[in-house]
Design a protein around this ligand. Structure first.
Ligand code: COA
Length: 382
């Protein structure tokens, strides 16, 4: 396997981008990444999108995007793993370079969710239609069940859930690309509109438009374009049952722990060696469970950890320095790539006011549905 590096990034602002179409935002992010990396060619493209067909009626996304980028005839492939589609696109690009098949690959992600589709129903296609959605449950409801079980089993409190939103909005206030740059107080989260008990509006990631792209390159070739390549030291993926009720426990996310074990093994490191992480906080409870599954905290202690500031920007292990899905926004197909962008900015020391001290190794965890798929990447500044 060849060593692989990230050498350039580009993204749109996340939010309600009503003046631009799906292809406009992808092209904007991709051109920014190409310009940022100064590459002289691209061998192929992977595009992560969860549901462009349902959201805006456009499929065949690989072909649409290479065409509008003016890059025909290079190969372009759409990749889908629900909300982990961006992470899956990055992994395919990584594998293509690691295998020696290509030298330079663009991995991007895109979603346009605010153009009028029934978003909750469209997102719910990533849950089990026959057992879950048919009976009326959608993602806020599924994560609410995880939250209730975690509260019951470990004593996790409503305030601890809210603390995740407070922290992530604070971090997002320092991110110029974030959808919500406003800070929120614990009280505001606790009093926000109920969505699915115990989860309230400010426990949820928003509905967003956005695109993100990165350029991956073999480490050998990277030296031609940059003095600062960021090495991909692990790429791992795992799966779990599609339905919550088939799991032994509602409070574990086995795809996350399984992918994490593989990723740490490939990188030859332990959880304690990670300096900071982007975690898939589609709902506040998700971040708490994920930090436990990644081995940062003992099972059941994730809620206390956020409350004690251990996951804050200056804490023991900063989580979601970008603002996370909660504040930065969650255009589902783009999220996994935007997480890689945050890692790149932190590892190159370009994260501005939200810069993590001594950021040398970062982890990005991207998850599909209620955790049925998970993709983890670890990047290192060399
Ligand atoms: N966080 C912070 N603010 C939010 C928000 C969020 N998640 N969602 C909406 N808002 C704000 C809006 O900007 C708006 O503010 P304004 O009145 O100042 O303009 C206000 O709250 C109401 O917005 P609205 O669009 O009416 O909210 P909604 O009720 O239609 O949607 C949710 C709110 C929580 C239901 C929606 O964001 C949602 O479904 N989120 C989950 C998405 C999801 O499931 N993703 C996949 C995860 S697996």
């Amino acid at each position: 396997m060849k060593d692989v590096a990230v050498i350039g990034i580009g993204m749109t602002k996340f939010g309600e981008l009503w003046n631009q179409s799906l292809r406009d935002i992808f092209v904007e992010a991709a051109l920014k990444a190409i310009e940022n990396s100064k590459v002289d060619h691209i061998d192929s493209i992977y595009v992560g999108t969860m549901s462009s067909g349902l959201f805006v009626g456009q499929e065949h996304i690989g072909a649409v995007m290479t065409d509008y980028l003016g890059m025909n005839p290079i190969p372009a492939t759409r990749v889908e793993s629900a909300c982990a589609s961006g992470g899956a696109a990055f992994r395919q690009a990584y594998l293509e370079i690691a295998s020696g098949q290509s030298e330079i690959v663009l991995a991007g992600g895109v979603e346009k969710m605010t153009d009028g589709a029934d978003v909750t129903e469209s997102l719910a296609t990533a849950a089990d239609q026959e057992y879950e959605v048919y009976n009326g449950v959608t993602f806020p409801g599924l994560y609410a069940m995880i939250a209730r079980a975690h509260m019951h089993q470990f004593g996790t409190t409503r305030e601890q859930l809210a603390a995740v939103a407070v922290k992530n909005h604070k971090n997002g206030s320092m991110n110029p690309n974030a959808q919500f740059r406003s800070q929120v107080s614990l009280e505001q989260v606790m009093k926000s509109t109920m969505v699915a008990d115990p989860l309230r509006l400010l426990d949820c990631s928003p509905v967003s438009d956005g695109a993100a792209a990165v350029i991956l390159c073999s480490m050998d070739a990277a030296k031609k374009f940059t003095n600062n390549p960021i090495k991909v030291i692990a790429s791992a993926q795992a799966s779990d049952t599609i339905t919550l009720h088939s799991r032994e426990s509602l409070t574990t996310l086995k795809a996350v722990s399984a992918a994490a074990v593989k990723a740490y093994k490939q990188a030859g490191i332990k959880p304690a060696d990670i300096n900071f992480a982007e975690a898939h906080d589609c709902f506040t409870i998700a971040e708490i469970v994920i930090t436990e599954e990644l081995g940062f905290f003992e099972k059941g202690k994730g809620g206390a950890a956020v409350e004690q500031g251990l996951t804050s920007l200056n804490g023991k292990i900063p989580i979601n320095s970008s603002g996370g899905l909660k504040s930065k926004g969650h255009p589902v197909g783009a999220t996994g790539i935007a997480q890689i962008i945050e890692l790149y900015e932190q590892l190159t020391g370009k994260a501005g006011d939200r810069q993590v001290n001594n950021a040398r190794i970062g982890l990005a965890q991207n998850m599909g549905g209620s955790g049925a798929s998970c993709i983890i990447h670890i990047l290192e500044a060399i």
